[in-house]
Ligand binder design. Sequence first.
Ligand code: ADE
Length: 212
Amino acid sequence: MLESFFNCSMMARAQKVGLAEIHLHDIRDYTTDKHHKTDDYPFGGCAGLVMKIEPIDRLISDLKSQRDYDEVIYTSPDGEQFNQKIANSLSLLNNVIILCGHYKGIDYRIREHLITREISIGDYVLTGGELAAAVMTDSIVRLIPGVLSDEQSALSDCFQDNLLAPPVYTRPAEYKGWRVPDVLLSGNQALIDDWEFQQSMERTKRLRPDLL
Ligand code: ADE
């Protein structure tokens, strides 16, 4: 799932030009039993399986022996809610481990002793943390200077200043009688900037008043 995602588009380009390095690790490679068992029944008898502590500890120790890590993140629906501010701060770090949860969860001792930050991508439950890791990595990597070209600049993104982005249009200026706002065709940059700001404010007030 993650291999194909990380080998596409912006993510592939960032790695090709050396601006980001992404390594995928299979916890099963860190098991020692012949069935490569990574989960087990929970103590206390509730339903579901729990990811075992030993392979995850071995994997994280192995990674830490190769380089220093700024954060060891665990993806979980009960973590702090991911947002642009967290993406910005993570994009400034050198090395990050993202541990994807699965099943009912992971042995809680991993969270107590090895994890430095727990992040959720929203109030809903995914089957595993892989999609959450992909979402976070995409939003972090695109913020690394040089990954996006100037015209795609991450600085003008939605949420970058806690405002939704203004509407955008391209040619033709009129289609089926639907016209692009005149101000965008005026060539007056000050007027355009003002219009875009007003639009951002109006859309934020209407759609996401919680951001203001
Ligand atoms: N794993 C399962 N659901 C998740 C969520 N909403 N965010 C992060 N990781 C998860």
